[in-house]
Design a protein around this ligand. Structure first.
Ligand SMILES: *Cc1c(COP(=O)(O)O)cnc(C)c1O
Length: 402
């Protein structure tokens, strides 16, 4: 467990807190970036700016090396078997869309795709569009009043016609850890592929894609201390090998005549065009940051913050905390009786506290629970118990307005 002093030292690496006196509890939307990440991006632009895999001068070689080193680092971070199973995209959203696009030709009329009732919009809409185009059925695993998946019904939904199950590892609304290993095992009995949306898990839980045996795992760098505009798609090699190119263009072509094109193999086949080189370099530093402090230790610390927050917030009259079970991640969603989350969020903002309010890009689950949103606080490594105390006191002050 980190000591108070260690957390203070870690916090100092985040320049934003030197410049702004804010309590940042919106880490599930995006985390702040440590100075090393920002510095690496700046260094690339100032000293080594060049395109990758094209130019054989020393600048180009430097950039190409950085890119492939980052790929190796991501590979080891999630324990992928082969480095070409790691594809750089622009974010979790693009990763999911890429899979929905490439899987198109493998889906037939009356096949089915399964998602859950508590997915982020990014993991609903691409499957709706695909199902409509292919006249396939989109089935939804229901949740109970706590937001947990109903596995009994899942077992009834899955059939030989199920081609893909796409599910979040951790939900972005309430921070529920889904039992993905069991889902994957069941899915594979029916020869269905499984995509795990790891956006909310990646900076909190150790991921081992070989152990999970998932077919795809996706996430965004900006939710794990890295830059925006960079996402990762992990896919099993034997599956990605069968994928057609998602975009076509430079950097992924072995031979072009005006009649025909021969594409490179993985990973370049799925990475057309100049990639987000600065983003990839920044992501590498963000991974080093997490590995350096150990994901297990980060998780233990964040769990301590979350347990403390649940404990003191539970005292507030009229509060409803949406998920209080023991399997905790770093997200806490709540409402206070008769108060709209937007109104409270605005008042908290006046106290210099950043929280997320509303439906969190997950309207179906909010509609199911018949609520028009929640206040969501979410933690990262630089948050402290003191901040939670200040938050609590500010919240009490805000509530006296109603
Ligand atoms: C944030 C998030 C996404 C989308 O990530 P982008 O970075 O916006 O592409 C998808 N799923 C979940 C669960 C998320 O939290």
């Amino acid at each position: 467990m980190f000591s108070y002093e260690e957390i203070k030292t870690i916090r100092k690496q985040f320049t934003i807190f030197k410049k702004k006196n804010i309590i940042y509890f919106d880490n599930a939307a995006t985390t702040q970036k440590p100075f090393k990440v920002i510095k690496a991006i700046k260094k690339y632009y100032c000293n080594f700016n060049s395109n990758v895999n094209r130019s054989f001068h020393f600048l180009g070689q430097f950039s190409s090396n950085c890119l492939e080193l980052s790929r190796n680092n991501v590979q080891s971070f999630i324990n992928a078997k082969y480095r070409e199973e790691i594809i750089f995209t622009s974010g979790a959203t693009e990763s999911i869309n890429l899979i929905a696009f490439c899987i198109y030709k493998f889906i037939k009329t009356s096949d089915n795709i399964i998602i859950s009732h508590s997915e982020h919009h990014s993991n609903i809409t691409p499957w709706q569009v695909l199902s409509q185009k292919k006249k396939a059925n989109l089935k939804v695993i229901p949740v109970n009043s706590e937001g947990e998946l109903n596995l009994r019904i899942f077992k009834k939904l899955i059939t030989k016609k199920t081609k893909l199950i796409s599910i979040s590892h951790v939900t972005n609304t309430f921070g529920i850890i889904n039992p993905i290993k069991r889902l994957i095992k069941t899915a594979h009995k029916y020869n269905s592929l499984v995509l795990i949306d790891g956006s909310q898990a990646i900076s909190h839980i150790t991921i081992d894609v070989q152990n999970l045996d998932c077919d795809f795992y996706v996430f965004s760098s900006h939710k794990m201390y890295g830059p925006t505009g960079l996402g990762i798609l992990y896919g099993k090699k034997k599956i990605l090998d069968k994928f057609p190119p998602y975009k076509c263009g430079g950097g992924m072509i072995e031979k072009v005549t005006l009649k025909k094109t021969i594409f490179y193999g993985l990973p370049f086949k799925l990475e057309a065009g100049t990639p987000n080189i600065a983003g990839i370099i920044g992501t590498n530093k963000a991974l080093n940051f997490i590995v350096n402090y150990s994901i297990r230790k980060i998780n233990t610390y964040e769990t301590k913050l979350l347990k403390y927050a649940i404990k003191i917030l539970s005292n507030i009259k009229g509060i409803k905390i949406y998920y209080k079970n023991s399997k905790l991640t770093k997200i806490l969603s709540f409402n206070i009786e008769n108060i709209h989350s937007f109104d409270l969020g605005k008042l908290l903002n006046n106290h210099g506290i950043a929280v997320r309010t509303g439906k969190h890009c997950a309207q179906p689950i909010m509609n199911y629970l018949k609520i028009n949103g929640t206040i969501r606080i979410s933690f990262a490594i630089y948050n402290t118990i003191e901040e939670i105390d200040i938050f609590y006191n500010s919240l009490i002050k805000c509530l006296s307005f109603f």
